[in-house]
Design a protein around this ligand. Structure first.
Ligand SMILES: CCCCC/C=C\C/C=C\CC/C=C/CC(=O)SCCNC(=O)CCNC(=O)[C@H](O)C(C)(C)COP(=O)(O)OP(=O)(O)OC[C@H]1O[C@@H](n2cnc3c(N)ncnc32)[C@H](O)[C@@H]1OP(=O)(O)O
Length: 266
């Protein structure tokens, strides 16, 4: 995810400088969210979680080829205690709210698989450019893990692809290949893999050409109601998540899913 400031400074690679956790950052287990300077924190957003990385530093696209984001780190939702789940979910909410409500222009350059939590971060951006590779699926696949997408994931989906398409895709846990993602409006452009970053930069230029104050006010006008819905019930959402994830049946489902992933690897 590239944010406007780094682009303006002509140094998108400068985003790498912020990879390591800094003082004031919240260890989320998938990304370090700087609670002291929200807009700055967004400059170093990369992927929530990707194979081969850990919470010591956010991965870069180069570190994890083929994966934009594997979604939320399932090991954070398995075999832990309720206090851990509550803290984790609060951080997930915080990440989404800050991304979704950012006044910066955010363009998602999606150069790999983008399931669930990865999709939700991409959806929080203003625009999505996806590499044309049949393996790069995007969508909310929670039901296939035996879990439910929270209402605010669903809201972001509905806002982007509409009610009927969301209803179907959410129930089926469907992951869209690039051509279908474009067709349904889940992404805005599908381009050859080596053109993802240049296309994202062109998109960024297009959005930045609009007077900032007008664009920001409009963005806020369009997004406020959705964000407010979560803001009004953040604590209840955390409690729902904790009681849901603590269920024996859900823990079992997640463990089975993780085990399948590990076996698939071997
Ligand atoms: C009625 C009341 C309702 C109340 C509801 C309230 C709240 C809602 C409740 C819960 C919502 C929780 C929301 C979760 C959102 C998510 O993001 S869930 C995560 C979804 N992600 C996935 O399904 C992706 C799974 N991964 C893959 O498909 C592949 O890994 C990949 C991304 C396509 C990459 O493939 P690749 O071949 O490159 O890598 P590997 O498959 O070999 O993976 C390597 C390694 O990584 C492990 N792993 C993969 N994904 C995850 C993950 N998301 N978390 C943790 N670990 C992961 C994989 O197991 C391998 O591990 P290793 O063998 O130990 O190296």
């Amino acid at each position: 995810v590239w944010a406007a400031k780094a682009w303006r400074e002509g140094d998108p690679g400068g985003t790498r400088a912020g990879r390591r956790p800094r003082a004031g950052s919240v260890p989320t287990g998938f990304l370090d969210v700087d609670v002291t300077s929200a807009p700055l924190a967004l400059e170093c957003l990369y992927t929530p979680w990707a194979p081969g990385t850990d919470s010591d530093g956010a991965p870069t696209p180069q570190d994890c080829p083929r994966v934009f984001s594997a979604g939320l780190d399932l090991t954070e939702m398995c075999g832990r205690n309720p206090a851990h789940y509550a803290e984790y979910w609060k951080a997930v909410q915080e990440l989404w709210l800050r991304t979704y409500l950012s006044s910066l222009v955010l363009v998602a350059a999606i150069n790999g698989a983008c399931p669930a939590g990865g999709c939700i971060i991409a959806l929080a951006c203003d625009c999505r450019v996806l590499a044309d590779n049949p393996k790069y699926h995007i969508g909310l696949n929670e039901t296939l893990l035996g879990i439910t997408a929270p209402f605010w994931f669903k809201d972001a989906y509905v806002n982007t692809i509409g009610h009927r398409a969301s209803e179907q895709a959410l129930q089926l846990g469907y992951l869209f290949p690039p051509s279908e993602a474009l067709q349904v409006g889940l992404v805005d452009q599908v381009v050859p893999e080596d053109q993802v970053l240049s296309t994202a930069l062109s998109e960024m230029a297009r959005w930045l050409a609009v007077p900032d104050h007008a664009r920001q006010l409009t963005k806020n006008m369009m997004r406020k109601a959705t964000a407010d819905r979560l803001l009004r019930q953040r604590d209840a959402d955390i409690q729902n998540f904790v009681s849901f994830i603590c269920r024996d049946s859900i823990q079992k489902s997640l463990q089975v899913y993780l085990e399948k992933l590990r076996q698939r690897k071997g």
